[in-house]
Design a protein around this ligand. Structure first.
Ligand code: UD1
Length: 339
């Protein structure tokens, strides 16, 4: 069975490629290398012993997308990660985000429709819930106003999938709504490669600890949470990757009744920023240099998942702990800097 992974050299993409290969799939990767590198192929090969087929291709080029699908009609499923993901950047470059995340999705779906290919997994996000009224959020929670163009592209992406399914009963799609993926493969052969100053908490922590950044700013300790810092559902990236393999298998085996389905992919447990720092200090044996600063604009006090739908229907459950993920993130950071 052959699976196309768009954005397969990115952070979640590369971990998913590994899990697909370990599950016996042949993987073809498309990536435009805008936020990744061909070095990731070496990391994947070290883990699985197999180098996936790779095409450097930007999905914004419609003709090239058509040519690619024309030449690869033996694909049994598509896992679509290729997209930009920085919330702040999306506010500065909204049109680029709509083009890069929405237009490209349309081009891929048009090809699936034209060539009657059926199985599609969409990389979505907990950001689709906006500021939730009630926690934990489940898949029936309201889809509130998006907080950023990035969040909007994920909401629109899911709507596009639903509409595409309505006119094509053969199309089977799943949106996986990730909470906060962190960590790295425990072999330290692949992991997160943030370009420039990291915006996300965990790479900022590990870069501070290794000496690349002076100090972590903890954005606010006056939220209505137990220790006053924000709460998120941090999930090991390998757990996230495994969810894709299970969801895809289910589509290929025609075990999903509906044409569109969505699942929360989280641990179901919230941790505060201070708890994440404590976990890092515990597993690394290092004191982290941090200070409390003002709140970051756009942050919600707390977000964590009700994962019972994924647990019950997919038979998937997060297996790694926060400490596992922090230990793997730290191992990866150390390996990166000693290369
Ligand atoms: C955001 C998006 C999410 C997206 C993810 C990846 C929303 C609601 N969430 O997650 O959809 O997939 O980015 O880009 O849009 N923090 C600090 N100091 C730092 C960095 C972060 O204290 O230097 C805190 C933040 O205030 C937050 C937590 O750490 O409480 C996690 O932040 P971050 O890693 O940026 O992820 P989210 O904002 O939750």
């Amino acid at each position: 069975m052959k699976v196309l992974v768009t954005g397969g050299l990115g952070y979640i993409g590369s971990h998913t490629v590994v899990e697909l290969q370990l599950a016996g799939y042949d993987v073809v990767i498309i990536d435009n290398l805008s936020n990744s590198s061909t070095k990731v192929l070496e990391g994947i090969t070290k883990i699985t012993g197999v180098t996936p087929e790779f095409y450097e291709l930007d999905l914004k080029h419609k003709n090239k997308v058509q040519d690619f699908f024309e030449q690869h009609q033996d694909i049994d499923g598509v896992v679509h990660f290729a997209a930009s993901k920085a919330v702040g950047e999306s506010i500065e470059k909204p049109l680029f985000y709509y083009e890069n995340n929405v237009t490209t999705l349309i081009y891929v779906l048009q090809e699936l429709q034209r060539l009657r290919q059926q199985n599609f997994i969409f990389s979505s996000s907990c950001t689709v819930y906006g500021e939730a009224d009630k926690l934990p959020v489940n898949e029936k929670s309201a889809i509130k106003l998006a907080q950023s163009p990035y969040g909007n592209t994920k909401q629109i992406g899911e709507e596009i999938l639903k509409d595409a399914c309505k006119i094509n009963p053969d199309l089977k799609t799943v949106a996986l709504r990730y909470f906060n993926p962190i960590g790295a493969h425990d072999s330290s052969n692949i992991g997160e490669l943030p370009i420039g100053i990291p915006q996300n908490l965990v790479p900022y922590i590990t870069q501070t600890a290794i000496g690349l950044r002076e100090q972590l700013s903890v954005y606010g300790d006056d939220y209505s949470t137990e220790d006053g810092t924000c709460i998120r559902d941090y999930i090991h990236v390998v757990d996230v990757a495994k969810a894709h393999v299970i969801a895809l298998k289910r589509l290929i085996k025609k075990e999903q009744d509906s044409n569109f389905d969505a699942f929360n992919i989280g641990t179901g447990k919230g941790n505060s920023v201070l708890e994440v720092i404590a976990s890092f200090e515990r597993v690394s044996g290092q004191k982290l240099n941090y200070k409390i600063t003002d709140r970051r604009k756009g942050d919600v006090a707390a977000a964590f998942a009700d994962t019972s739908k994924a647990n019950d229907e997919l038979g998937w459950k997060a297996e790694y702990t926060l400490d596992d993920a922090m230990a793997d993130a730290w191992k990866w950071e150390q390996k990166l800097r000693t290369k």
